[in-house]
Design a protein around this ligand. Structure first.
Ligand code: GTR
Length: 326
């Protein structure tokens, strides 16, 4: 169609077309949770805010419910740029970014406010830098509560109660080490497979926070929830580092502000959902027990920390910084 036009005009037209394509970006995002879950609502809000704050220069289509694959696969996709955004738990990121693995050390945080104080300070900057180096940029942190053990046969009160039990964990040597040190058999498995594995007895138990225990229906097949609270792991709104770094400073600021605003919404919704999920599972007959003495669980984790320091001697100061943070 261009054969009658002067060459210079053809060139200018082509540039305009390329220019348009480059200035409007369509991003795709991964999330594992179902509709109504605080993270799902938070990620949808993030998508809305990205479009609003960038004046439509960036649009984000979210894919919820893990439809784009398992979390370890999605982490790789966002690192490589096949996807641009993910709401990730830092558990599955730890094996890739050792600095980010500090948050997966059992009992590293005293409670949720302690975790956020660390993330908002020097510790959070070191974790973010370690992730960015691997191609994943965390723009904001989500609350994911504390994870506790659950199973279908008995309350867990002491490490001896875990002995011999096959417990599903997320894919990370720290978690397999944690279960092994308690005398159990760790079974790393994708989140989507856990319900069936619990139901058929492929595993005896698992561990998670209140909202995931409830939303997955795990409570229907594993009715003893024991408040060990052994892991407090944050989650991120993570973006592909190259995609983010290629943006103008103005667009980078807009996307970051969108993530931070969406994270504040997620954190509020999280607190409400924790209470609601606990109520739902208790009403359904789940037996909840406090773990009166967590000290034996904590003491059993010494070899897990030692193994981490052995592989990552340079990260000891980061662990000490977290432990020294009030
Ligand atoms: C949930 C978390 C998910 C996933 C899942 C799991 O609490 O939000 O990202 O990590 O746990 O246990 O695999």
């Amino acid at each position: 169609m261009f054969h009658n036009l002067p060459k210079s005009l053809v060139g200018a037209l082509a540039l305009t077309v390329i220019g348009c394509a480059a200035s409007a970006e369509s991003w795709r995002g991964w999330n594992i949770h179902p509709a109504g879950y605080p993270n799902t609502v938070g990620m949808d809000r993030f998508a809305e805010l990205v479009e609003e704050k960038t004046g439509g220069e960036i649009t984000l289509q979210m894919f919820h419910g893990g439809t784009l694959g398992s979390q370890p696969d999605a982490v790789e996709q966002v690192r490589l740029g096949g996807l641009q955004v993910g709401n990730f738990n830092l558990g599955p990121i730890g094996p890739i970014a050792p600095a980010a693995n500090v948050v997966s050390l059992p009992f590293i945080f005293k409670d949720i406010p302690h975790m956020f104080r660390v993330l908002d300070g020097e510790g959070g900057a070191a974790i973010a830098a370690g992730m960015a180096e691997k191609g994943l940029l965390p723009l904001a942190w989500f609350d994911a509560g504390a994870r506790s053990f659950y199973n279908g046969s008995k309350p867990i009160n002491t490490p001896a109660d875990v002995e011999g039990m096959k417990i599903r964990v997320m894919n990370n040597d720290l978690f397999t080490g944690m279960i092994a040190e308690l005398g159990g058999n760790p079974s790393p498995m994708a989140f989507a497979e856990v319900q069936q594995a619990l139901k058929t007895g492929v595993v005896d138990g698992a561990e998670n926070n209140w909202p995931s225990y409830e939303s997955t229906g795990h409570y229907e097949v594993a009715g003893y929830y024991s408040l060990s609270q052994h892991l407090i792991i944050p989650e991120c709104i993570c973006v592909n580092a190259d995609a983010f770094n290629a943006l103008t400073p103005e667009l980078q600021a807009a996307v970051t502000a969108a993530a931070q605003e969406a994270a504040l919404l997620q954190r509020d919704l999280w607190v409400e959902r924790e209470a609601a999920s606990r109520e739902t599972v208790e009403a359904a007959g789940v037996l909840v027990n406090e773990v009166a003495d967590k000290a034996p669980f904590q003491a059993a984790m010494t070899p897990v920390y030692e193994a981490y320091f052995e592989t990552n001697p340079d990260l000891r100061p980061l662990v000490e910084l977290i432990q020294a943070t009030e």
